[in-house]
Structures are given as C-alpha cells and as structure tokens.
Design a protein around this ligand. Structure first.
Ligand code: SF4
Length: 330
C-alpha cells in the first residue's frame, strides 16, 4: 500500500550536476519506496526555453536517463519515461489551455522574471509556448491523476495553479475527473557551487554528477576557501569556506573536528580538500561505477524508456477518454 501517486519531471537541459542530485533526485530515490511514482524526462518543457537549438536534446535525454538509473531509481518499481513519447501530454495541455484564463498564466511569479533574465542574455522567449508552460505542467500531473507532487518551497505557486486548473475543469464539466494534487515538501540539501554562488551550469561552478576521482579532485581543488588564510598556521574561519560547507553535507562525522582544527591553524587547506575528496569519492563510488556501466548500454536505456512509455500511455489513454467524454470531444 503506497501513500499515493506522484508525478514529477526534470528538463533534460545538459549535464546533470551534484546540486541537481541533492536538490531533487536524492529525494525521488527515497520517495520511490513510499509512493507509486511516474518520473518523466520532460523534453517538451526543455523546448519552451531552448527551441532554436535542439541539436543536443536526444543526447541530453539519454544522459538524464543514465543519471536517474545510476542514482538508484528502479525502472520496475517506477514508471520512467520521456514526456514526448506519450502524445497525450500535448493533447491534454491543448484542451486545458482552452479554459485556462490568460491572467492566471501572466501572474505566475517566475514568468516575468525568467523573461527578463533571458532577454538580458539575448534570448527571445516571449512565446506562446513559454507563457503556456504551466498548463503543460498541469497536464503532466493531471494525465496520471497524481495525488502528490514533490516540490521545493519556491515551486508551490506552480502547483497551486495546477490545483486551480483541476478545480476549474471539474466545475466546468460537472464531474470529478481529477483529484487536486497535494504538495510533498522535500527537505532538499542545497549545495553551493565551487565558487560559493548557487551551483549552476551557467556559472560554470558545478561538480558533475557521477564525476570520477580525477574530475572530483579537479573541482574540489578549485573550491574557494577562507581568503584570510595564507599559511597553514593562520587561524581559519571555516564558516566562510566552501570546502567546509561540503564537509557538512558529505562528511558529518569529521565536520566538527575539521572546523576546530581549521580555527586553531592545525590543518592546511590542501589536506582538508583531500579529506573531502576521499569522502565524496567513497560516497559516490557506486553511482560512478554504475554510470560508467550504463553509459556503455544505450540499447538497454532505450528499452527502459520504451517500457516506461508503454506503461505511462496506458494510464494516459484512460484519462484522455474521460476528459474527452466530459468535454464532448468524441
Ligand atoms: Fe576551509 Fe578547510 Fe582551509 Fe579551513 S582548512 S579554510 S575549512 S579548506
């Protein structure tokens, strides 16, 4: 008996990093034991922001599937699939778009912010697809009649919009076709980037997910430390140090001791970084090995995604039959 049905998705927009893992995927791995889960690589959403250059889309989809499986998502237990492989996502989004007021979309908090940010970067995303992406997001969730959606606290506005779209649909067509999904708030760990800013591909400050020992050391070596510390014997301020922030997450057993030795000027930054690298390599070794193995099996990855799409389609077709009956689109 599970606690309910979850839908969640991620955009395949380039190499996955450790911040993505700690922010969402680690939580999914835990949720798969408690809920019936539909996890989708939402490639149509990726097009809302990157429609003009799609040359890497297929590669990114495959890489994301490999990341998910290496992290421990079970393709038997969960329905793992690519959004565009189930055409009903686009169909339901179109039908929901008929009754979703424009004002609901224009007031989504991230809409204007993202538009401004992108326009500052020279990207033109003032498109129908981008304005409508919350409707596509609602369709993703509603297609599987998901009762729960894992959200970070900054994403609850999107879920609230889905709930409004659900209520409007059920009211307009006078039947309870869809449940109102509830938020499952996750206690995601937020990792800074190696330069102390938010970990983000656009800042070039990430640690790739599945990094091997060499790449891991390369990134940890570049982490910013306490700028006032010149010699090993200088008393340090670990609270301003990125290496220390990572020890807190990945090395909780030694965290206090390292902080005390840094303050007393008894440990050098190179030794401190080496200890972190050892710890992170040990914790991520299984993921790294599994990732290497799966990267050599593209046919297996395709099979997993085909199998997931077949299972997703079965549910999607049932829901669309109900939707079309309710709307008299027969
Ligand atoms: Fe940071 Fe460690 Fe250097 Fe202290 S010893 S400043 S915690 S890297």
């Amino acid at each position: 008996m599970t606690k309910g049905r979850i839908f969640s998705g991620m955009q395949p927009s380039g190499r996955f990093h450790l911040g993505n893992y700690m922010g969402a995927l680690e939580n999914w791995v835990r949720l798969q034991h408690e809920y019936e889960c539909f996890f989708s690589i939402v490639d149509l959403h990726a097009l809302t922001s990157s429609y003009s250059d799609t040359s890497k889309l297929q590669e990114n989809v495959m890489e994301m599937a490999i990341d998910w499986l290496s992290a421990g998502l079970d393709p038997e237990k969960n329905v793992i699939f690519v959004q565009s492989h189930v055409k009903e996502h686009a169909e339901l989004a179109l039908l929901l778009g008929m009754s979703t007021p424009l004002s609901w979309l224009e007031r989504v908090p991230t809409y204007k912010d993202k538009l401004q940010n992108w326009s500052a970067q020279g990207k033109d995303n003032n498109t129908y697809g981008f304005l409508g992406y919350p409707v596509l997001m609602a369709a993703d969730i509603m297609l599987y009649k998901a009762t729960c959606v894992p959200v970070g606290e900054d994403q609850s506005a999107h879920l609230e919009l889905t709930r409004e779209i659900v209520r409007r649909f059920n009211y307009l067509y006078n039947r309870e076709v869809f449940p109102e999904p509830q938020a499952v708030f996750s206690k995601a760990k937020v990792l800074p980037g190696i330069d102390g800013r938010k970990m983000s591909k656009s800042y070039g400050n990430t640690i790739p997910f599945g990094a091997g020992p060499e790449e891991m050391w390369e990134r940890i070596r570049m982490m910013t430390t306490d700028p006032q510390r010149i010699k090993k014997t200088d008393p340090g301020h670990p609270e301003v140090c990125i290496v220390y922030a990572f020890h807190k997450v990945f090395n909780p057993e030694e965290y206090e001791e390292i902080g005390a030795r840094c303050r007393a000027g008894e440990i050098g930054c190179v030794e401190c970084k080496k200890r972190l690298a050892e710890k992170m390599n040990a914790l991520l070794a299984d993921i790294h090995t599994k990732r290497e193995e799966l990267s050599k099996k593209p046919e297996y990855i395709k099979e997993v995604l085909d199998y997931g799409a077949q299972r997703a389609r079965k549910e999607a077709e049932k829901t669309m039959a109900e939707v079309k009956t309710a709307m008299n689109v027969l």
